[in-house]
Design a protein around this ligand. Sequence first.
Ligand code: PMP
Length: 460
Amino acid sequence: MPDDKSNSWEARAAAHTLYGFTDLPTVAARGTVVLTGGHGPYVTDVHGRDYLDANSGLWNMVAGFDPPGLIAAAQEAYGRFPGYHAFFGRMSDRTVELSEKLIAVSPFADGRVFYTNSGSEANDTLVKMLWFLNAQEGRPERRKILTRVNGYHGVTVVSASMTGKPYNSVFGLPLPGFVHLTCPHYWREGKEGESEAAFTARMAAELEEVIAREGAETIAAFVAEPVMGAGGVIPPSEGYFEAVLPILRKHGIAVISDEVICGLGRTGRAWGCETYGFVPDAIISSKALTAGLFPMGAVILGPELADRLHRASEAVEEFPHGFTASGHPVGCAIALKAIETILEGADGAPPLIDGVHRLTPGFEAGLARLAEHPHIGEWRGKGLMGALEAVQDKATKTPFPGHLSVSERIANACTDAGLICRPLGQAVVLCPPFILTEAQMDEMFGKLERALETVFAEVA
Ligand code: PMP
């Protein structure tokens, strides 16, 4: 630490930068962690201290913090064509190639891709596409969007309206026409004595009721993460997608898979929808799309929506939407390299998704072991995303009182020990880079276990 605290990195960070999703009193008390870079799954702060980042940044740095092949691809792309757009009938060659690649690795036989700078913008873009094409096709009332409580879809006005979190009420959101279904989390939402199959059937019945109440002809789409991420890593109850998809199909409601976290390997398959055995009408991608090296999102339309959008755009001459950096050539070059690195293997190395397969059994075993603790109510996860839910009383699943901020305390104790993990509600979430070694996984669980012991001793 520098002697002059007022001129420290921590003080300077606090002075002029606004944070996203940050508990300001905690930061005021603890100071900001100011980082200079990273290596492998570790990030390094201004004092030279390493932290194992068990959240891959924000779920996105799947190749770690110094992936040489990706950095070289970015450097080469900047040297070749440092910036362009995809407007007015022009786009870079790399943009063409990336769209071909994304369709090739998607579950779609054909389709088209629209590029954004983020996952939020990709969700907004998708909704605008549906509103636009339904209106052009003479169904302007088909505008409502169904999502789920605890689903996270972003922070822009539309994507925040899709997000099923109460915090958006501070903005007066959701907008009208955004309807949130029950979170399909059996452990938390299942009733006393209700089997998982009965719970899933109840979720399907609720969907039928909501469609009847709202009017199928007013609903444009159902948008769902295969595994909810920022809502607390919540895999759906057994048979959930098998139960809801036929209902949505019957009513002509588009099915959209928000794969911003699940996409490109995280759940063990290229896409989370593949893990859960369904083919949606469109996929929303971001994060691992560039392994976190470039801000980029994509709306990947399957053949039917792609054709309909194309026809609707022709009718009014254009689809009036796009971002200055849509299809940025450097972002596209990085994404091409990221997809190759994750799914196919690049520069003689095996594909990173092999790491997901290799690590998942140990990851699940580590979570299951920590879940034996009397104050962990359940562990849950899929592939390399997992969560441990803290409870005051395991038998009744009673959470700790909110003022104790249990998960934040656990995360803070982890940070003090050199491990970054994320508190979400009363859960602690782990979502490590795919390059983790077994020894680093042991380090992760060891540090987390000590943090749990310390905090539960304080609060229990
Ligand atoms: N959808 C999902 C499933 C996400 O997890 C996120 C971000 N965590 C978003 C959308 C929004 O992405 P962004 O933060 O890039 O706007």
